[in-house]
Design a protein around this ligand. Sequence first.
Ligand code: BG6
Length: 486
Amino acid sequence: MIDATTIVIFGASGDLTRRKLIPALFKQWRKQRLPAPLRIVGFAFSDWDTATFRSEMDSGIKEFVEEDFRQASYDDFCDMLHFVQGGFTESDDYARLEAAISELENDTTNRLYYLATPPRFFLPIVEQMHAQGMVQESDVAWRRVIIEKPFGNDLASAQALNTSLHKLLDEQQIYRIDHYLAKETVQNIMVFRFANAIFEPLWNRNYIDHVQISAVESVDVGHRAGYYDQAGVLRDMFQNHLMQLLSLVAMEPPASFEANSVRDEKAKVLKAVRPISPEALASHTIRGQYAGYRDAPDVADGSETPTYAALELYIDNWRWRGVPFYLRSGKALQQKATEIIIQFRGTPHNMFPIPADYSIRRNVLALCIQPHEAIHLRFETKVPDTDIDMRSVEMNFEYDLAFGKDSTPEAYERLLLEALDGDPTLFTRADSIEQAWRIIDPIIQGWQTAFAPPLDEYVTGSWGPASSDLMLSQAGRHWRYACAEH
Ligand code: BG6
């Protein structure tokens, strides 16, 4: 890329900048994929100067970038870093920020603003920038704003934020982040579905019994309890990441890979998801909390915040009518595993004289997102040297084996590149965010009423509350751990 660019990071002294953003930019700089000349300006309230910023980021790179990327000196990279101290709501500080940036660039320099701040500052920052003329584009220089999550706290606040932002920015200037969309394995869902002819004809209610989408984690809430106790698992993982996975698995084939084509289909399928009615909450939702959560610092006494949830959702359209989508996510579980399971229907008729204690197992397709990136297809085979004994085996594709170890870059690397490149496909459009809230909001609200299922405690290191298993077993199904097992 050859285009003078300045990246301005709001919240530059925070964890995200040091752990993710700067290491991601550094790696892409090493791969010579960043625009040049480039300046990275940090803005935050912390009492830092450029020297502090450079040394903090230097230590971040040492901690979070693999050795072989660092070998030679990277003073040139650190020379691109600058820091301006200021408050997110202080207009004088924005005037200083603008002056400092202008000194580093000329009229044709593009700008990417990254809002790595608590959500309450998203709008004030854009308002201040707008007032200083910092988001005004010209024929030769663009201005883009990346907004972190959570985007809104419910449907009303997300709508209000979108409305306010649209008064200050064009939708095409806004890049709402969902880092799941930039995971290689998540992007591959579209390639798998739409660059292969053999799966899509089966991808519907005629052949698929149900779909499972799991994003389970072994970590507990750790030092984020203050935020998490307000948010809970539905806001933290479902409204964004799980809804995005659901839309990629269930959407209709877009006509092209152009951003709006893809985003139209994603919004459309979310729109078809049936909201769970208050009466259905007890049978279609599970809420859990791990034992010991309430003792964590910053968690309110007697907190009812769920750290685990499972949902049974339905998509009311021609393709998916009647097919359950089971979604689950939780903290402090046995392992980290993000996976999508497509459970196919059984054969219509059994012609084999199989033993009474054996039943033909159904085909399962597992898309393993992380940590073991892979795709597995389970099918039945005849055991050699038997009359007609059968066994299930798997066809396995492992990313590491096919493309080499560590072939998958961190999500933030891809997202920053795409935003610099002006491609919003991997960012969430206003309508998708609102559709996702439309699905999640009634559950969050319903859980405050007498319709709520009980808050089930589960043991740390388990697979979550027993009620979650029960929800599936009552329908003759069970949660699969296809990727965790490998
Ligand atoms: C974040 C959530 O968005 O995603 C965290 O706020 C969660 O609670 C994280 O741990 C999981 O991301 P990943 O990439 O580790 O699966």
